[in-house]
Design a protein around this ligand. Structure first.
Ligand SMILES: *[C@@H]1O[C@H](CO)[C@@H](O)[C@H](O)[C@H]1NC(C)=O
Ligand SMILES: *[C@@H]1O[C@H](CO)[C@@H](O)[C@H](O)[C@H]1NC(C)=O
Ligand SMILES: *[C@@H]1O[C@H](CO)[C@@H](O)[C@H](O)[C@H]1NC(C)=O
Ligand SMILES: *[C@@H]1O[C@H](CO)[C@@H](O)[C@H](O)[C@H]1NC(C)=O
Ligand SMILES: *[C@@H]1O[C@H](CO)[C@@H](O)[C@H](O)[C@H]1NC(C)=O
Length: 574
């Protein structure tokens, strides 16, 4: 689901990277490890193609796992750690981001298969969670089902809280109670609004049904019976640099540099994107799915009628969320998206049914494709460079492999793997940005804005002054507030971490600016409205936990304050 709402960014990044490639080429070395079992699939032609694709897209390391019937291949390419020259091998762990969502829905399928309380995909959340559950309006509160939250059709906004980093002390139950403040951005059940918080909620439902933490449940009900013994959940940032893990890399001034380790903790949204796994274990996962919920020892973990719903289209995909459909005559083949189930999308690739999902967590990008009618599965993950180049690399490798596995004539080649969507379609060019609000800015007195502001949905926002510059910080995200010609209105520019700066650039060398408006009470600001892709009100001198207590008893006070918002910076976590 990588492409959702990133419409332009995916293609756009092509522009800058084209310019960077010559410099980048001199800095990376791609080394390939051979695995004897891989010999039949990974022949010289495929091998050269993958190396070339990684090189021109600046991908430091990649793992690939393939299943076809009872044959499997796993192979590592490139670097897991560029400082020590450690290579990716078939055991190297990668963070798979939103590929985690399919584990959360499969876990629920297991729990629903074994419940005697009549709970199903269409049970109301209010019946399962009772008083802990409420959404912004009575219709959603009384009607929302597991099917709605898993297929991204609640129409509610996401938050960027996990990107900032929530304060410790928050629990999933507590976050679930706060979801009543999430504003609506689309009508209920009408369209597709991708929402990681809804998978946090689904993870919490699993906790209530299974009587344990999501982390323990996903381990005991899935990883262990399927035999995924190396698979784990990313809960501590140090996991991305320890052991046999592919370390995250991002691109800065044309060079691959270390990713920002502290970002790799997304509590409480782990059920939406925090599984770490490797090619060898993902072979077992793909076989489990292709065998309709049976393990290698022929143990059935789920009722088939319950499990199959995960792969059925429950929500159409709104074309406005995509850069393009791959279809004739623009492209030589078609890969037409049909819709979304529970952590799985469906498309028809060259007429074959394909289940797929993408995953991003900061620098890591992953992809899984299954052709269920042919018992074919492909998994891949890359540890950089935190731009859409890794998407292009993975997709280019997957199209090539799919054609080999399906015995179709190849349409993609080494040239196209470095230029896609060119030569078939033009990359979307973002027009040069001139922000009229920034012309002739007022010279504001900054002291009246300085302070700490809190929200019920996001970590606290700290506004400080550095000389004549107003600065903001929301835990791990920080930047500058530029004055505009409108009084009390600023444009926020994220300056750290670099991963977020990269993802908000959309192919130009400027960071996307978003609006922050202060609301005044006499000479001092008493609240601010941050539009980091959506608008959210922060109240002066209220902490994340204080606000929660007060607002729980005074919803109307917040109901109107939380503005309808549009999510467009949900880029580094999908
Ligand atoms: C794989 O499947 C084929 C036919 O479906 C069978 O002939 C072969 O023995 C199987 N190989 C293994 C290793 O199970
Ligand atoms: C990257 O991290 C490693 C430690 O994991 C360190 O030795 C190295 O100097 C770092 N590189 C840069 C460019 O910061
Ligand atoms: C797996 O078990 C099912 C029913 O329990 C049975 O029908 C099927 O033949 C078994 N498959 C294999 C490969 O043993
Ligand atoms: C790759 O395919 C494109 C489009 O079909 C074609 O123009 C180009 O010559 C091909 N390149 C190679 C190296 O085969
Ligand atoms: C990048 O920034 C420089 C000045 O800092 C500017 O001259 C150049 O046009 C910019 N390039 C793009 C692609 O925006």
């Amino acid at each position: 689901m990588k492409r959702i709402k990133r419409t332009s960014s995916r293609i756009l990044a092509v522009g800058i990277l084209d310019k960077m490639i010559p410099r980048v080429l001199s800095c990376i070395f791609l080394i390939v490890i051979w695995w004897p079992c891989a010999a039949r699939l990974f022949d010289d032609g495929l091998d050269t193609y993958i190396k070339n694709t990684m090189k021109c897209n600046t991908v430091p390391g990649m793992t690939l796992a393939v299943v076809k019937g009872n044959e499997t291949w796993v192979k590592g390419f490139g670097m897991a750690d560029m400082d020590t020259d450690r290579l990716v091998n078939e055991e190297t762990l990668f963070v798979i981001g939103s590929l985690t969502k399919a584990f959360t829905s499969a876990l629920l399928a297991v729990l629903l298969s074994n419940n005697n309380k009549g709970i199903s995909w269409t049970s109301k959340l209010s019946d399962i969670l009772g008083n802990d559950f409420e959404f912004i309006d009575p219709v959603r509160t009384s009607q929302t089902t597991l099917r709605d939250i898993l297929s991204h059709r609640t129409g509610l906004a996401n938050t960027l809280g996990s990107l900032c980093g929530y304060p410790s002390g928050l629990t999933r139950k507590d976050m679930t109670r706060r979801l009543r403040f999430l504003p609506e951005i689309q009508p209920f059940r009408e369209t597709f609004v991708y929402n990681n918080m809804m998978y946090m909620l689904a993870g919490h439902v699993a906790e209530v049904l299974g009587g344990d933490t999501w982390e323990n449940l996903v381990k005991t009900k899935l990883f262990q019976p399927i035999g995924m013994h190396s698979t784990t959940v990313l809960t501590n940032p140090s996991q991305v640099s320890g052991g046999n893990t592919a370390k995250p890399y991002m691109i800065k001034e044309g060079k691959l540099v270390n990713g920002t380790e502290r970002l790799y903790q997304i509590f409480p949204e782990e059920p939406a994107g925090a599984i770490m796994t490797n090619g060898a274990d993902m072979v077992k996962w793909m076989k489990f799915i292709l065998n309709k919920g049976r393990t290698e020892t022929n143990l059935s973990l789920v009722e088939q009628n319950i499990f199959k719903e995960c792969f059925q289209t429950m929500n159409h995909l709104d074309p406005q969320f995509y850069d393009h459909q791959i279809s004739k005559p623009t492209f030589p083949v078609e890969d037409v998206r049909l819709g979304y189930g529970y952590g799985w999308s469906t498309s028809f690739y060259r007429g074959y049914t394909k289940f797929f999902h993408g995953g991003t967590l900061m620098a890591y990008k992953s992809l899984i494709w299954l052709f269920p009618d042919h018992n074919i599965g492909i998994f891949g993950s890359a540890n950089g460079p935190a731009t859409d180049e890794s998407d292009r690399a993975l997709n280019s490798v997957f199209y090539y492999l799919s054609d080999v596995l399906l015995s179709e004539a190849k349409w993609i080649n080494e040239t196209i793997a470095c230029t896609f969507p060119k030569p078939f379609a033009s990359p979307f060019q973002r027009p040069a940005k001139i922000d009229p609000d920034q012309v002739n800015p007022v010279k504001p007195i900054l002291d009246k804005y300085v302070g700490r502001y809190g929200s019920v949905l996001m970590p606290d926002m700290e506004i400080t002054k550095n000389g004549d510059t107003l600065m903001f910080r929301c835990n791990r995200i920080a930047g500058i507030l530029h004055p505009t010609h409108v009084e009390n209105e600023f444009k926020s520019e994220v300056t750290e971490p670099w991963e977020v700066v990269l993802s908000s650039r959309y192919g130009s060398n400027e960071t996307e600016l978003t609006t922050v408006v202060f609301k005044m009470d006499g000479q001092k600001a008493n609240s601010l409205e941050w539009q980091l892709g959506y608008s959210l009100v922060f109240i002066r001198n209220q902490g994340f936990f204080d606000e929660y207590v007060k607002s729980m008893g005074a919803e109307s006070r917040f109901g109107w304050r939380i503005f309808v918002f549009i999510m467009c910076l949900n880029i580094v976590l999908i």
